[in-house]
Design a binder for this molecule. Structure first.
Ligand code: DX5
Ligand code: ZN
Length: 222
Protein backbone atom coordinates (compact mmCIF):
# COMPACT_ATOMS: atom_id res chain seq x y z
CA UNK A 1 0.00 0.00 0.00
CA UNK A 2 1.50 3.35 -1.00
CA UNK A 3 1.88 6.06 1.61
CA UNK A 4 2.61 9.75 1.24
CA UNK A 5 5.40 11.25 3.36
CA UNK A 6 5.22 15.05 3.21
CA UNK A 7 8.74 16.51 3.45
CA UNK A 8 8.74 19.63 5.61
CA UNK A 9 11.81 20.93 3.79
CA UNK A 10 9.46 22.87 1.50
CA UNK A 11 7.06 23.93 4.26
CA UNK A 12 6.90 27.33 5.94
CA UNK A 13 9.19 26.81 8.96
CA UNK A 14 7.45 29.62 10.84
CA UNK A 15 4.19 27.65 10.72
CA UNK A 16 5.34 24.06 10.90
CA UNK A 17 2.50 22.80 13.09
CA UNK A 18 -0.17 24.11 10.70
CA UNK A 19 1.71 22.87 7.64
CA UNK A 20 2.07 19.37 9.09
CA UNK A 21 -1.59 19.30 10.14
CA UNK A 22 -2.71 20.32 6.64
CA UNK A 23 -0.51 17.73 4.92
CA UNK A 24 -1.83 15.07 7.26
CA UNK A 25 -5.46 16.04 6.53
CA UNK A 26 -4.55 15.61 2.87
CA UNK A 27 -3.52 12.00 3.52
CA UNK A 28 0.14 12.19 4.61
CA UNK A 29 0.78 9.32 7.04
CA UNK A 30 4.45 9.84 7.99
CA UNK A 31 6.26 13.18 8.28
CA UNK A 32 9.62 13.27 6.49
CA UNK A 33 12.21 15.43 8.25
CA UNK A 34 15.35 16.39 6.31
CA UNK A 35 18.39 16.92 8.50
CA UNK A 36 21.35 18.58 6.73
CA UNK A 37 24.69 19.62 8.18
CA UNK A 38 26.38 21.72 5.50
CA UNK A 39 29.13 19.07 5.16
CA UNK A 40 27.60 15.91 3.76
CA UNK A 41 25.27 18.07 1.67
CA UNK A 42 25.64 21.73 0.67
CA UNK A 43 22.77 22.99 2.81
CA UNK A 44 21.83 23.35 6.49
CA UNK A 45 18.37 22.69 7.89
CA UNK A 46 17.44 21.51 11.37
CA UNK A 47 18.28 19.12 14.17
CA UNK A 48 16.88 17.43 17.28
CA UNK A 49 15.27 20.57 18.83
CA UNK A 50 12.92 20.93 15.86
CA UNK A 51 12.15 17.19 15.95
CA UNK A 52 11.29 17.60 19.62
CA UNK A 53 8.86 20.42 18.81
CA UNK A 54 7.30 18.48 15.94
CA UNK A 55 6.82 15.50 18.25
CA UNK A 56 4.46 17.63 20.34
CA UNK A 57 2.22 18.71 17.46
CA UNK A 58 1.60 15.48 15.52
CA UNK A 59 0.97 11.84 16.32
CA UNK A 60 2.34 10.71 12.94
CA UNK A 61 5.69 8.89 12.82
CA UNK A 62 8.64 11.25 12.21
CA UNK A 63 10.93 9.89 9.49
CA UNK A 64 14.31 11.58 10.04
CA UNK A 65 16.51 11.49 6.94
CA UNK A 66 20.02 12.26 8.18
CA UNK A 67 22.13 13.94 5.51
CA UNK A 68 25.02 14.45 7.90
CA UNK A 69 28.56 13.26 8.47
CA UNK A 70 29.19 11.12 11.56
CA UNK A 71 25.51 10.30 12.13
CA UNK A 72 26.38 7.89 14.96
CA UNK A 73 27.19 10.90 17.15
CA UNK A 74 23.58 12.11 16.94
CA UNK A 75 21.45 8.95 17.11
CA UNK A 76 20.81 9.27 20.84
CA UNK A 77 19.80 12.93 20.49
CA UNK A 78 17.27 12.06 17.79
CA UNK A 79 15.89 9.23 19.91
CA UNK A 80 15.51 11.57 22.88
CA UNK A 81 13.80 14.14 20.64
CA UNK A 82 11.16 11.59 19.60
CA UNK A 83 12.26 10.46 16.14
CA UNK A 84 10.43 7.32 14.98
CA UNK A 85 12.37 6.27 11.88
CA UNK A 86 15.99 7.25 11.26
CA UNK A 87 17.81 6.71 8.00
CA UNK A 88 21.51 7.18 7.39
CA UNK A 89 23.35 7.51 4.10
CA UNK A 90 25.42 4.54 3.01
CA UNK A 91 27.97 7.12 1.73
CA UNK A 92 28.30 8.77 5.17
CA UNK A 93 28.73 5.54 7.15
CA UNK A 94 32.02 3.64 6.94
CA UNK A 95 30.57 1.34 9.62
CA UNK A 96 27.02 1.08 8.34
CA UNK A 97 26.25 -2.13 10.24
CA UNK A 98 27.12 -0.40 13.50
CA UNK A 99 25.06 2.69 12.62
CA UNK A 100 21.96 0.61 11.92
CA UNK A 101 22.42 -1.37 15.13
CA UNK A 102 22.69 1.86 17.06
CA UNK A 103 19.42 3.19 15.62
CA UNK A 104 17.59 -0.05 16.44
CA UNK A 105 19.17 -0.15 19.89
CA UNK A 106 17.59 3.25 20.59
CA UNK A 107 14.15 1.90 19.69
CA UNK A 108 13.83 3.57 16.30
CA UNK A 109 13.23 2.00 12.87
CA UNK A 110 16.51 1.90 10.94
CA UNK A 111 16.74 2.87 7.29
CA UNK A 112 19.55 3.14 4.79
CA UNK A 113 19.73 5.77 2.04
CA UNK A 114 21.47 5.54 -1.33
CA UNK A 115 22.53 8.57 -3.36
CA UNK A 116 21.73 8.43 -7.08
CA UNK A 117 25.25 7.28 -8.01
CA UNK A 118 25.43 4.51 -5.39
CA UNK A 119 24.66 0.94 -6.48
CA UNK A 120 21.97 -1.09 -4.74
CA UNK A 121 24.32 -4.09 -4.47
CA UNK A 122 26.49 -2.21 -1.95
CA UNK A 123 23.88 -2.76 0.77
CA UNK A 124 22.85 -6.38 0.10
CA UNK A 125 24.42 -7.72 3.31
CA UNK A 126 22.67 -5.26 5.60
CA UNK A 127 19.19 -5.50 4.02
CA UNK A 128 17.99 -7.92 6.75
CA UNK A 129 18.65 -5.15 9.31
CA UNK A 130 16.57 -2.36 7.81
CA UNK A 131 12.97 -1.29 8.10
CA UNK A 132 13.23 0.80 4.93
CA UNK A 133 15.58 1.56 2.06
CA UNK A 134 15.46 5.12 0.76
CA UNK A 135 16.39 5.61 -2.87
CA UNK A 136 17.40 9.21 -3.58
CA UNK A 137 16.00 10.24 -6.92
CA UNK A 138 17.79 13.62 -6.80
CA UNK A 139 21.16 14.56 -5.35
CA UNK A 140 20.35 15.37 -1.73
CA UNK A 141 20.47 18.92 -0.42
CA UNK A 142 17.55 20.80 -1.92
CA UNK A 143 13.86 20.50 -2.65
CA UNK A 144 12.26 21.09 -6.01
CA UNK A 145 14.84 19.31 -8.18
CA UNK A 146 14.16 17.18 -11.22
CA UNK A 147 13.58 13.45 -10.83
CA UNK A 148 16.49 11.29 -12.06
CA UNK A 149 14.90 8.56 -14.24
CA UNK A 150 17.48 5.80 -13.64
CA UNK A 151 16.33 5.72 -10.00
CA UNK A 152 13.40 3.60 -11.20
CA UNK A 153 15.79 0.78 -12.17
CA UNK A 154 17.20 0.85 -8.63
CA UNK A 155 13.72 0.55 -7.16
CA UNK A 156 13.00 -2.45 -9.42
CA UNK A 157 16.30 -4.07 -8.41
CA UNK A 158 15.38 -3.66 -4.74
CA UNK A 159 11.99 -5.26 -5.33
CA UNK A 160 13.80 -8.26 -6.87
CA UNK A 161 16.36 -8.49 -4.07
CA UNK A 162 13.64 -8.30 -1.43
CA UNK A 163 11.84 -11.25 -3.01
CA UNK A 164 15.03 -13.26 -3.51
CA UNK A 165 16.11 -12.70 0.09
CA UNK A 166 12.56 -13.18 1.47
CA UNK A 167 12.65 -9.88 3.35
CA UNK A 168 9.97 -7.31 4.05
CA UNK A 169 11.73 -3.93 4.22
CA UNK A 170 9.82 -1.04 2.67
CA UNK A 171 11.00 0.91 -0.34
CA UNK A 172 11.01 4.70 -0.04
CA UNK A 173 11.82 7.24 -2.72
CA UNK A 174 12.80 10.87 -2.26
CA UNK A 175 13.27 13.67 -4.77
CA UNK A 176 11.16 14.94 -7.64
CA UNK A 177 8.06 12.96 -6.68
CA UNK A 178 5.26 14.92 -8.36
CA UNK A 179 2.10 14.53 -10.44
CA UNK A 180 4.10 13.80 -13.61
CA UNK A 181 6.48 11.21 -12.09
CA UNK A 182 4.39 9.43 -9.47
CA UNK A 183 2.79 6.87 -11.78
CA UNK A 184 6.12 5.45 -13.00
CA UNK A 185 7.50 5.55 -9.44
CA UNK A 186 4.63 3.50 -8.02
CA UNK A 187 4.70 1.08 -10.96
CA UNK A 188 8.41 0.48 -10.32
CA UNK A 189 7.55 -0.64 -6.79
CA UNK A 190 8.20 2.30 -4.44
CA UNK A 191 5.72 2.39 -1.55
CA UNK A 192 6.80 5.27 0.64
CA UNK A 193 6.61 8.45 -1.42
CA UNK A 194 8.40 11.50 -0.04
CA UNK A 195 7.21 14.78 -1.52
CA UNK A 196 8.24 18.30 -0.54
CA UNK A 197 7.68 20.76 -3.32
CA UNK A 198 4.66 18.88 -4.71
CA UNK A 199 2.91 19.12 -1.32
CA UNK A 200 4.02 22.46 0.13
CA UNK A 201 5.42 24.41 -2.84
CA UNK A 202 2.20 26.06 -3.99
CA UNK A 203 0.87 26.88 -0.52
CA UNK A 204 -2.06 24.39 -0.58
CA UNK A 205 -0.65 21.37 1.26
CA UNK A 206 -3.94 19.68 2.09
CA UNK A 207 -5.26 19.85 -1.45
CA UNK A 208 -1.96 19.06 -3.13
CA UNK A 209 -1.18 16.12 -0.82
CA UNK A 210 -4.61 14.65 -1.54
CA UNK A 211 -4.26 15.07 -5.31
CA UNK A 212 -0.81 13.44 -5.36
CA UNK A 213 -1.94 10.54 -3.19
CA UNK A 214 -4.95 9.95 -5.44
CA UNK A 215 -2.65 9.68 -8.46
CA UNK A 216 -0.41 7.27 -6.54
CA UNK A 217 -3.36 5.07 -5.57
CA UNK A 218 -4.62 5.03 -9.16
CA UNK A 219 -1.18 3.91 -10.34
CA UNK A 220 -1.14 1.24 -7.65
CA UNK A 221 -4.44 -0.23 -8.86
CA UNK A 222 -2.86 -0.28 -12.32
C1 DX5 B 1 16.37 16.48 -0.62
C2 DX5 B 1 15.49 15.94 0.48
C3 DX5 B 1 14.08 15.73 0.11
C4 DX5 B 1 13.36 16.92 -0.43
C5 DX5 B 1 12.59 16.43 -1.61
O1 DX5 B 1 17.69 16.37 -0.25
O2 DX5 B 1 15.99 14.71 0.97
O3 DX5 B 1 13.34 15.09 1.14
O4 DX5 B 1 12.49 17.54 0.47
O5 DX5 B 1 12.06 17.52 -2.22
P1 DX5 B 1 11.14 17.48 -3.50
O6 DX5 B 1 9.98 16.59 -3.19
O7 DX5 B 1 10.78 18.91 -3.64
O8 DX5 B 1 11.98 16.97 -4.63
ZN1 ZN C 1 14.67 13.57 2.38
Amino acid sequence: MVELLPSILSADFAHLAEEVAAASRGGGTVIHVDVMDGHFVPNITLGPPVVKSLRKVTKLPLDCHLMIDNPNDFIEAFADAGASWVSVHCEACPHLHRSLELIAHHGMKPGVVLNPATRVELITEILPMVHHVLIMSVNPGFGGQQFIPFSLGKVRRLVELRAEMELDFRIEIDGGVAHDTVEAIVQAGAELLVAGNAVFGAGHPEHDARALLELARLAEKG
